[in-house]
Design a protein around this ligand. Structure first.
Ligand SMILES: *Cc1c(COP(=O)(O)O)cnc(C)c1O
Length: 412
């Protein structure tokens, strides 16, 4: 009999999105004429930019010819993509990275879920609350937690609440923590960490010999050029931080699949006997053992993001989503809501009216405006009373959504 990994039994059943689906279906059945607009989804809606599809078509044709056919590529990624990343994402911001510090993959979900296996089973991990669920669930699977409690928290993890009280910017904990997951610009709160906040985290990590896993999947949505886009813009971050990046939100690759992770050579951890070990070398061993490289066609598409046309076209898409975010922010504010985020991220984090829970607000918005969002409590107990709306939609849907919100909540 095959004994299973019992830690999987501790995972909460997929609750948030199935429950949203159930409530939307029930409403649609009883209101067949309602045109429901979904603003709940964290997925892009614009088609791939022409510079990207042209590069991918060309790559497919190369694979169709004997002379230019390619089989397995380098597990870490092709040099043409690594060099484009180094040049445009890092050198342009004063950060010099080696090719062997960048690991191309087929997604940040995998990277941010897999990275925890480099750390001891007894390591203490910290996450924000609310949180991108991958960071939590991957550590539950690895056995670093007890059974979930009544609030939806796992004993063994350190939770860092992000609320209006701290401007949604988590503060370094006093508790002994080995690894912390930070996401900025943040999903779901839409908040961004500034240079001072990142500097505090880097100082904390260096003092504690801790590691920061910095998820920058939404860096392209930062509109203020003075804000850091990479944690390596902070001195000393190479000794304490791993950075997670993705083409998903920045270039519409959610279905194409390409991402990368930066693991600096200067980053080390300690063995049981106190020896210093390179985390870059460990991740390289892990990546080459369990991954055989992202597709050539996809990497050609990703490299095309950095061409002049690619930068202009994907930049215009990001600007389009951010204009949606601005419209939503202004419309909701006018309707009397307190709104956070949406300035450097495609997410708005809305305060439900006083005393209204996230799920009650979900039901009201669905019933009164035929709009679907995501209840904040689904991202963690500190998300209770909040609601996430996404700017990934057509302009027509965003405008219609705002008109409905104004109408439904005008009496407030
Ligand atoms: C969408 C998203 C990613 C990107 O995931 P992919 O697997 O690369 O599509 C990473 N982190 C966060 C917080 C996200 O919301």
């Amino acid at each position: 009999m095959a004994r299973i990994n019992d830690h999987y039994q501790k995972l909460r059943a997929g609750y948030l999105f199935p429950e949203i689906g159930r409530r939307v279906r029930a409403f649609a059945e009883s209101h067949p004429d309602a045109r429901i607009i979904r603003l709940g989804i964290g997925d892009v809606t614009e088609p791939l930019a022409p510079a990207i599809t042209a590069a991918m078509h060309e790559a497919v044709d190369e694979l169709a010819r004997r002379e230019t056919f390619k089989g397995y590529g380098p597990e870490q990624g092709y040099d043409f993509l690594l060099d484009a990343i180094r040049e445009h994402d890092y050198r342009a911001r004063g950060v010099e990275l080696g090719r062997d510090e960048i690991f191309v993959s087929d997604g940040s979900k995998c990277d941010s879920g897999n990275i925890q296996e480099l750390f001891d089973a007894g390591a203490t991990m910290a996450v924000t609350d609310p949180v991108y669920p991958v960071y939590v669930d991957s550590n539950v699977m690895a056995g670093r937690t007890g059974a979930v409690d009544a609030d939806g928290r796992y004993p063994g993890l350190v939770y860092l609440p992000t609320t209006p009280a701290n401007g949604f910017s988590p503060t370094p904990p006093d508790a002994a923590v080995d690894v912390v997951y930070l996401c900025s610009p943040n999903n779901p709160t839409g908040a961004v960490m500034d240079r001072a906040a990142l500097t505090r985290w880097v100082a904390w990590a260096r003092e504690r010999d801790a590691v920061i896993i910095f998820d920058a999947a939404y860096e392209a949505y930062i509109t203020d050029p003075a804000l850091p886009r990479s944690i390596y813009e902070i001195d000393g971050a190479r000794e304490c931080a791993i950075e997670v990046r993705s083409f998903s939100k920045r270039a519409g690759f959610t279905g194409v699949r390409c991402a990368f992770m930066v693991v600096p050579k200067a980053l080390t951890g300690r063995t049981a006997t106190g020896e210093r070990v390179s985390i870059n070398a460990m991740w390289s061993r892990r990546h080459t053992t369990k991954f055989n490289g992202a597709s050539y066609v996809v990497q050609r598409g990703a490299a095309a993001v950095y061409t002049a046309d690619g930068l202009a076209q994907t930049g215009a898409q990001v600007a389009f989503y951010m204009e949606n975010a601005r419209l939503l922010r202004d419309g909701l504010t006018d309707a009397g809501f307190r709104v956070h985020g949406g300035q450097h991220a495609p997410y708005l984090w809305i305060e439900a009216p006083a005393g209204v829970t996230s799920w009650d607000f979900f039901d009201r918005l669905l019933a009164e405006a035929h709009l679907v969002g995501t209840p904040g409590s689904g991202f963690g107990p500190a998300g209770e009373g909040f609601f996430r709306l996404s700017a990934f939609n057509s302009r027509a849907n965003v405008e219609e959504a705002i008109a409905r919100i104004r109408k439904a909540f005008a009496h407030r």
